[in-house]
Design a protein around this ligand. Structure first.
Ligand SMILES: Cc1cc2nc3c(=O)[nH]c(=O)nc-3n(C[C@H](O)[C@H](O)[C@H](O)COP(=O)(O)OP(=O)(O)OC[C@H]3O[C@@H](n4cnc5c(N)ncnc54)[C@H](O)[C@@H]3O)c2cc1C
Length: 528
């Protein structure tokens, strides 16, 4: 069963090894686990539904509570404290495109706002109902999960948009294909959600971001259905698919999507490489990207993240390995690169040789597959750590940007530093670290994680978080980065969007949304 106030299913836990627990207790000094609001109490706070009956509608308190919030830190605070604010008035589960279209007509008649809902893994407030005089209908795609067509010859597959990552890969891999789109939220996030938020998978270096994989499909809007035909390429004016990518439910409901698929790889391996410093590691990955060496993933952790990740892994080899690395000159500033190599057996061998030769030029020490396997095993499991940390008394959040190479080095230090500085005002010690999560020829994505002792009072926690988030967001913008490389805008990033798009750009965005949704019924308050 899915957790109602945390990450993942209730059968999976992430127990912290004793060494990791004492590392955190030493850092944060006084950690006091505090109880959360019980499910039954929060359930009682769900008000009466304002929506008229409909055969596809579930307006039970349970359904409305479990669709009220996503996975951002403010969402966690709301769910764990029981101070949820607004709930949807009902959750509808269409099974066909005709159902979606009928539900939009029903919502129009009821004067309801509509929130398209995929896996609810948003970390930016995308699926939270607004406090509104109008009823709110959450439209979940969880029953629209079929493979509609696999064109093996043309290498495309068409799915209903509610299919989750594991199911999509299971269906494709059973036929020898893969999409290769693996966001860390893979277990729950959906194809429609990926498109609506411009998602990026961990191996987008090889497979491409969802923008490169999305080849066409259909969206139901308040003004009817819009078809996005598939062409390998087209010069026929601006591309409607591009407008739908990142639309965050504001234009309509994506009901089906055609995606570009590949043959499932013959071989895949993840290697660990240690660098003596962040500067050297960064130079190596820049060169690999600019020389277009076809690895499948480059993930370079800064020194603080390298240390914390190794400690939190609790693996018995970490202590001896760290001592050995220090002895041979990879001391306190060492950085870990996890590098993926994917493809045919011959090709992966060649690519590994090319990439390792560049790493060695920059002081990289190739340590084989043990570290890579540890990362691979935890790639979708590590979000479960959020539950354990919260219960220990630690709040954790992440933020991300993409930035041109000229500023990567300064920004990768300035962003975590801005968080630490903002938290000082609240007497909070923060563990903040970063990694380059996606590397491009013209820049990189910087992904920052920060942990802090969570205050007992949820309002105090939120005020402190807001100060850190704002400081980091302003730093990102000062450094010339985008406010988000992969998480999207939602509500949490909406105030930063105008600086990126400009006034005219924002007007254009609003106008496009309005042409699909003249009365503003679709997911109000998100994006702008
Ligand atoms: C632990 C964790 C790790 C994450 N890792 C990554 C990562 O590696 N890469 C990454 O890109 N993101 C990541 N995310 C963020 C999140 O998973 C993505 O934004 C994802 O694309 C959201 O998909 P979803 O199906 O859960 O959408 P939801 O959260 O349900 O919705 C997100 C937005 O999309 C809209 N939407 C959803 N489905 C449709 C549809 N069918 N039609 C129209 N609009 C729709 C919603 O209205 C909403 O605005 C992570 C989140 C968590 C919690």
């Amino acid at each position: 069963m899915k957790r109602w106030n945390g990450w993942g299913n209730t059968n999976t836990d992430y127990p912290l090894p004793a060494s990791a627990q004492s590392y955190l207790t030493n850092f944060f000094i006084a950690l006091e686990p505090r109880p959360d609001a019980p499910y039954e109490t929060v359930l009682k706070a769900v008000p009466a539904s304002r929506l008229p009956a409909h055969p596809l509608l579930d307006n039970s308190a349970g359904a409305r509570l479990t669709h009220a919030r996503g996975q951002s830190l403010p969402d966690w605070v709301a769910l764990r404290s029981g101070q949820i604010g607004a709930f949807p008035d009902g959750v509808a589960y269409p099974q066909t495109e005709e159902d979606v279209s009928a539900l939009l007509i029903y919502a129009q008649k009821a004067g309801a706002k509509v929130i398209p809902y995929g896996g609810g893994t948003s970390v930016a407030g995308h699926i939270n109902p607004p406090s509104s005089d109008n009823p709110v209908l959450t439209l979940s795609l969880e029953k629209m999960t079929r493979l509609l067509n696999l064109d093996e010859f043309g290498r495309t597959a068409t799915f209903e948009a509610g299919i989750t990552g594991p199911e999509l890969e299971r269906v494709l891999q059973a036929r020898g294909f893969t999409l290769g789109h693996y966001p860390q939220s893979h277990e729950y996030s959906t194809l429609g959600g990926w498109i609506a938020t411009r998602s990026s998978g961990q191996q987008s270096y090889k497979y491409g971001r969802i923008e490169q994989l999305f080849a066409g499909g259909r969206m139901e809007t308040p003004r009817g259905s819009i078809e996005m035909p598939h062409f390998p390429a087209s010069a026929a004016g601006p591309d409607i698919k591009e407008m739908v990518l990142g639309s965050e439910g504001r234009m309509g409901v994506i009901t089906q999507a055609k995606v570009k698929v590949r043959r499932a790889p013959e071989s895949e391996e993840f290697y660990g490489v240690f660098f003596p410093s962040w500067e050297q590691g960064t130079e190596a990955v820049r060169q690999i990207a600019q020389e277009e060496i076809p690895v499948s993933m480059l993930r370079l952790s800064n020194p603080q993240e390298t240390e914390t990740t190794l400690i939190l892994s609790g693996k018995s080899w970490v202590g001896p390995a760290e001592k050995g690395l220090t002895l041979i000159g990879y001391g306190g500033r060492r950085c870990l690169l996890v590098m993926g190599v994917t493809g045919s057996n011959l090709r992966t061998w060649q690519v590994r040789a090319q990439a390792s030769s560049i790493c060695r030029k920059h002081g990289g020490l190739f340590v084989g597959t043990v570290v890579g396997h540890t990362w691979e095993k935890a790639r979708f499991y590590s979000p479960y750590l959020r539950n354990t940390l919260w219960e220990l008394g630690v709040a954790i959040d992440t933020l991300e940007t993409a930035i041109p190479w000229l500023n990567v080095m300064t920004a990768s230090t300035a962003i975590p530093a801005s968080i630490v500085k903002a938290a000082l005002k609240f007497g909070q010690a923060v563990l903040a670290f970063a990694h380059l999560s996606h590397v491009y020829r013209d820049g990189a994505s910087i992904y920052t994680t920060f942990m802090f002792r969570r205050p007992a009072d949820p309002d105090e926690l939120l005020t402190c978080w807001q100060a850190m988030k704002q400081a980091a967001s302003l730093t990102i913008q000062q450094q010339g980065g985008t406010i988000t490389h992969q998480h999207g805008i939602g509500t949490d990033h909406a105030s930063y969007l105008p600086a990126e798009k400009g006034e005219l750009g924002m007007d254009a965005l609003r106008a496009v949304c309005k042409s699909f949704d003249p009365d503003g019924m679709m997911n109000p308050g998100k994006l702008f």
